[in-house]
Write a protein that binds this ligand. Structure first.
Ligand code: SF4
Length: 381
């Protein structure tokens, strides 16, 4: 049914003005109450799911999971191991905000079983960090990476954002170079998107306030060149890794592995008969808490994946990975040929230079990466 566990921690010290994730400020007492709810939800979920294969990965996302204490992370992991069984080398990732960690806390997380750290650095330029409303400086982010290294983390990821208001190409290159100096095993590189309902959406109402599309595309390509030259594999549109350090958990999403999401707003995808079942937990923390307290799972939007949805998902999720999708995997999953179902789309997109095809399968070209939404929507029509 699932081999991956996602755990959402919806608390932050302070809400960043560009952020649309489910997060709010929460006192230590509220965070402890939430950890207990997560454990109760895990027990309820376990009771309704037949025993399956052990967990290959656990991912603490948020929000700011590093606001939790190492002991709280340890209790959640220990229960997950008891109920679902963790593989001995399971990948256990914790998203961390550099403004919430020190060496002692990092050592505690490592001791609790976390073996991969994903640091929300976003920029290594203090002017950009201030405009993003981040609670940390560039120096603090660098110290966080060094402290993580010193406490034994051998798998560290850094997130960076480009196309920020006021950011020039020179500033972006500088961010990338400073990030490379820290020698992380993994880098995630996102373009800023202005999300509806955020303070940024009110502040930046004109396109002229932001880097234009050409500069944004050039920033994406500059990252591709610089990180490629430094030995990082560009393995997903926004993700780079040294050999052997691709995110196993996130790769599972793009391959349509089953995962169980726990916590407010967490999404799940359970494989079983048919093409699988997707659902989401209530994103309102109080509503989530009330359901768990009543002994009910707060699941909403249950959707049995139809044949058409599964075919489209296979293509637009799989094509996010630069290895692309193979004809043999498609045949195994659907019992038909990819060209039989998507011949017209494949011909059109390869003709436009957005996809490339070989004997094995299809993958995005460099141009296709820049126009990936245009590619993906073709499989949804
Ligand atoms: S720390 Fe991350 S999750 Fe929290 S408000 Fe900022 S961007 Fe959003």
């Amino acid at each position: 049914m699932f081999t991956r566990l996602y755990i959402h921690i919806p608390f932050c010290l302070h809400k960043c003005p560009y952020c649309a994730f489910i997060s709010q400020e929460g006192s230590p007492a509220r965070r402890e109450a939430y950890v207990e709810l997560l454990q109760a939800e895990m027990r309820l979920a376990h009771a309704g799911i037949p025993s399956g294969r052990p967990l290959e990965s656990v991912y603490f996302g948020g929000g700011t999971p590093s606001l939790l204490e190492p002991d709280q992370i340890g209790r959640i992991l220990s229960l997950a191991d008891t109920l679902f069984s963790l593989l001995p080398h399971a990948e256990i990732t914790l998203e961390a905000n550099p403004g919430t960690i020190d060496r002692a806390k990092l050592a505690g997380f490592r001791h609790s079983g976390v073996n991969r750290l994903s640091l929300g650095v976003q920029s290594l330029d203090d002017r950009m960090l201030a405009s993003l409303g981040r609670i940390h400086s560039a120096a603090q982010a660098e110290q966080a990476v060094k402290a993580a290294r010193a406490t034994g983390f051998a798998n560290i990821g850094i997130d960076l954002i480009h196309a920020l208001p006021g950011q020039t190409m020179e500033m972006w290159r500088h961010d990338l170079e400073r990030a490379l100096d820290l020698a992380p095993e993994h880098l995630s590189v996102y373009g800023l998107t202005i999300e509806e309902g955020t303070p940024f959406a009110q502040r930046y109402t004109h396109d002229r306030d932001l880097p234009d599309e050409d500069l944004s595309a050039d920033m994406f390509l500059a990252a591709d060149d610089l990180l490629g030259a430094a030995g990082y594999e560009h393995y997903e549109i926004a993700n780079y890794a040294l050999p052997g350090f691709r995110s196993r958990h996130n790769s599972g999403y793009w391959r349509r592995d089953g995962y169980l999401g726990l916590g407010a707003g967490a999404h799940s995808f359970l494989r079983g008969t048919g093409h699988g079942l997707r659902f989401a937990n209530s994103s309102d923390v109080d509503e989530y808490a009330a359901a768990i307290t009543r002994g009910q799972l707060p699941r909403q939007e249950m959707t049995e994946i139809s044949d058409d949805d599964a075919l489209a998902e296979f293509m637009f999720l799989g094509l996010r990975m630069l290895d692309g999708v193979t004809f043999s995997d498609f045949r195994r999953e659907f019992g038909m040929e990819m060209k039989e179902r998507f011949g017209k789309e494949l011909e059109e997109l390869t003709g436009l230079g957005l996809l490339a095809m070989d004997d094995r399968g299809v993958h995005l070209t460099r141009r296709g990466m820049l126009l990936s939404n245009q590619v993906f929507t073709r499989f949804l029509e």
